[in-house]
Design a protein around this ligand. Structure first.
Ligand SMILES: Nc1ncnc2c1ncn2[C@@H]1O[C@H](COP(=O)(O)OP(=O)(O)O)[C@@H](O)[C@H]1O
Ligand SMILES: [Mg+2]
Length: 248
């Protein structure tokens, strides 16, 4: 059976210990007027049910629309709206469970895997954000860094076979994302090191989960994802100063 199934306007997904907290977050987002996230419908022992967000997830290979500068801008604005709505989430540290450790400084609840494949598009318009399993308290730049990594892109894994834009164009896209988001100067100055930190954390998660036998991560590891992220970390160490110079 498929891990994630859709029926009518509902999506059924595996639930985890963090799902009650994530549902509280999703409810809060809707109450704050951020309706681009799924709304929680039900929570069982094994499965959660949320609303289907209409549109197309930005899966690889990208459409011309998703690859466009306009999509970059609408994505950054949507991330900003999500962070602004999540910032007032009433935390309850006695009962909240997140799948990821909190990251300092806590400015909002971050998505934790903000990437094209977890954003839903209607043409060039980013209209949805899905897959909140990795949400946790953290700094805004945590999500901006992962978005810039995928959208500039500064990853070698983006689109197999697709032409990679010139370095200068990718840096311009990174700066454009930060501008459209309205990222502050301090966050821009740590964006590249945050990107590296999130890749290192991704590798740790991947290897830990694969070792524990989690099938999704066993497959990712077998497909060479850990080596790829390590190569991207090395690449960022080489080019980080040039990227930061264009962002601050
Ligand atoms: N609430 C939703 N609305 C629309 N599409 C969804 C929703 N949840 C999942 N999907 C679709 O299923 C795919 C995988 O779901 P996702 O929640 O991202 O899980 P995972 O990344 O862990 O496989 C998404 O890329 C999207 O196409
Ligand atoms: Mg996903």
């Amino acid at each position: 059976m498929e891990r994630i199934t859709k029926a009518d306007d509902r999506v059924h997904r595996p639930a985890g210990p963090w799902t009650p907290t994530v549902h509280r977050l999703l409810t809060h987002l809707h109450e704050r007027g951020f309706v681009a996230a799924p709304a929680p419908i039900a929570l069982g022992e094994q499965l959660e049910t949320v609303t289907f967000v209409p549109g197309e997830a930005g899966e690889y290979p990208w459409t011309a629309d998703v690859a466009s500068e306009a999509a970059l801008v609408t994505t950054a604005r949507l991330l900003r709206q999500f962070h602004d709505a999540a910032a007032s989430f009433p935390r309850d540290d006695a009962t909240d469970v997140w799948s990821q450790a909190e990251r300092l400084p806590v400015e909002t609840i971050v998505h934790g895997d903000f990437a094209p494949y977890n954003v839903v598009y209607d043409g060039i318009a980013a209209v949805g954000v899905i897959d909140f399993d990795t949400a946790h308290p953290g700094p805004r730049v945590w999500d901006v860094a992962s978005a810039v990594y995928r959208f500039a892109p500064f990853t070698s894994s983006a689109d197999e076979g697709a032409p990679v834009p010139e370095f200068a164009d990718r840096v311009t896209r990174a700066a454009e994302f930060c501008r459209a988001y309205g990222l502050d100067a301090r966050s821009r100055s740590v964006l590249v090191e945050t990107m590296t930190a999130s890749l290192v954390s991704l590798v740790t998660t991947l290897e830990t989960e694969a070792a524990a036998g989690n099938p999704k991560f066993v497959s990712d590891l077998a497909h060479g994802h850990a080596e790829l992220y390590r190569a991207d970390v090395a690449w960022l160490e080489e080019h980080g100063d040039a990227i930061t110079a264009a962002l601050v």
